[in-house]
Design a protein around this ligand. Sequence first.
Ligand code: SF4
Length: 475
Amino acid sequence: MEIKLIGHDCLYQVEQLQQALFGVDAVGSAVSEVRKEDGIIHFFTQITVGDKVTCGSRQLPAENEDIRAFYRCLRQSYFDAALPHLPEPPAWGALSGVRPTKISTKHLLEGGTAESAGELLKNEYYVTPERRSLAIACSESTVRAVKLMEKQDVSLYIGIPFCPTRCSYCSFVSRTVGKKPGLLEEYLQALLQEIEMTGKVLRESGKTVRSLYIGGGTPTTLSAHQLKKLMTAVSSHMDLSRCLEYTVEGGRPDTLTSEKLAVIKESGADRISINPQTMIDSVLSACGRPHTAQDVRRVYGQALDAGFRDINMDLIAGLPQDSFDGFCQSLDELIAMNPSNITVHTLALKKGADLFENRQKLPSRQEVARMLDYSREQLAKAGYKPYYLYRQKYMSGNYENIGWSRDNRDCLYNIYMMEELHPIISLGGGGMTKVSLTDIKLERFHNPKFPEQYIQQFDKVLSQKEELCQLLKTL
Ligand code: SF4
């Protein structure tokens, strides 16, 4: 859909909401106008789809200089114009960003109640009742996580952007190890240096690690020996005495063995992720995942034997060749296994994924909605609570990914990272370090994206560390 702006240049805000409400392939046009007249800012949107033309408008006193109020009116006028074109009210109303919990979290942290947060989401952003409850539950978890924070806290992410093969829906920067066998070892050598350097930065700036996450890709693509080397470097160079949670993302069950699980446990990690995505073999095969549901069961048992009690398992709603019944069967089996966390993702079909080019039969938006409804009901019934959520572009039905936990075993890293509550220092190729300076100002440091660039431009990785150190000292 085309967008024409008059009297303002907030293309990002309008485009983000348009994509969330109409998707990326919709045809039509929108005019978004802002005009100042007689002490009033007028917001006006006109949307044309086919021969249907609709309008929305809002007003704000001109003396109001709050940029958030400005954006809110811009979005509300767009939302009013869009609503008559939509088949049903959108689940997340006029909230278009990746973190729909930000508003309710801020409200609770400023002393608001769950009830008043619900009113805010309902009256200002038109969020549906189910999503309001989800957002508020997640915001309450965030408030609990905030209470555990101290001034010197940072969280650490270490990325291993390698996988044994590529899943058909994957659009991550992840290298398939078989194609370049030496690259993984070369990457690991560089990463060990970055870990050492980061340890020095943390000591000099007086920061300590509160949560640690080794993710990917699939970190367990590394051999047991390489995992040992990596995790030994972490514990030698970082002070983990205040670390509340240490996760290694096992991810693909075909990369996990008893030996690797033992190494991970002995090296200090207390949380692991084993991601089936579905427990239906034909769906796994349609996704290009070379493992079976039986592999998931085997690895889960091995993880329990290795002593892990904090285990996350991921499912995806909307996978190719899946059905409502298949999804329910997968979820029921995971609930019966009783891991501490279950994360329910909604398929996001992005450019760069094989599935984007070679479309297979995908469940409809309505079917995905039923899957998510079922997951909310069953997880709640089994004693799981939602603790963090986020959205991505190009998600089926513009829904969300939700982390569920039982017995308050929320993944702190996920909350700190998603809500940008303290510095998140990311190591490895594609790592993005984020340091919040105020609640709207964020400093970012990017590592080179691909493993090859990360190795070749390693000087840049190291030189950024000095800048990071100076910044951390100011916090
Ligand atoms: S395991 Fe994850 S990162 Fe690796 S190819 Fe599959 S979706 Fe991508």
